[in-house]
Design a protein around this ligand. Structure first.
Ligand SMILES: O=P(O)(O)OC[C@H]1O[C@H](OP(=O)(O)OP(=O)(O)O)[C@H](O)[C@@H]1O
Ligand SMILES: [Mg+2]
Length: 165
């Protein structure tokens, strides 16, 4: 697969605001989550913000990787599973956090471990939407989201360059 046509760059400031918006939505559910399971690595940042907002201090990781070369998804590698203590009752009362859902494969994999957990992510693409319980912003499937931890400042060509005789 080549890089999707559209780019959706996200600054630290915007990510913080969007993760906080997710926390507001989760708080509005009125459920007291007993723990957060964050899907590394992308879930680490929203998990830090949400755990602070919802005052959740028990944080676990599930370590999966599937995008091995930037945009191409390959085999799902489970590097570290979830403690048995949180998987009781199908993960009921556990909040699973990730930065985004794209094809939904990552969320489906983790849901198999905890079918009753609540799945939340900041951004979602249409294919992934059915795999997530709560998210903030949907972007089209042909959009690539650029997270602030993957970016640096670079020179930008003027929009008009090359468009005039
Ligand atoms: O819905 P999907 O198509 O499965 O894609 C979404 C997953 O892909 C990215 O993680 P990645 O596997 O690239 O690892 P990372 O979080 O360590 O960057 C992202 O953080 C999600 O976890
Ligand atoms: Mg990830």
């Amino acid at each position: 697969m080549s890089l999707p046509d559209k780019a959706f760059p996200v600054s630290w400031d915007q990510f913080h605001r969007d993760a906080r918006a997710l926390a507001w939505r989760l708080a509005g559910m009125g459920q007291d989550f007993r723990a957060i399971v964050c899907i590394t690595r992308g879930g680490l940042v929203p998990a830090a913000i949400i755990s602070r907002e919802l005052n959740i201090r028990l944080i676990e990781t599930v370590c999966v990787a599937s995008y091995h070369d930037y945009v191409n998804q390959g085999e799902m590698n489970l590097l570290k599973g979830i403690t048995a203590e949180l998987m009781v009752n199908g993960g009921e009362g556990v909040l699973v956090v990730d930065d985004l859902t794209d094809t939904g494969k990552t969320a489906i994999e983790v849901r198999e471990m905890m079918p009753k957990a609540h799945f939340a992510c900041v951004y979602a693409k249409p294919k992934g939407v059915p795999t997530i319980d709560t998210f903030v912003t949907e972007v089209s499937q042909d959009t690539w989201i650029y997270f602030p931890w993957d970016m640096g400042f670079t020179y930008q060509e003027p929009i008009a360059k090359g468009s005039k005789g």
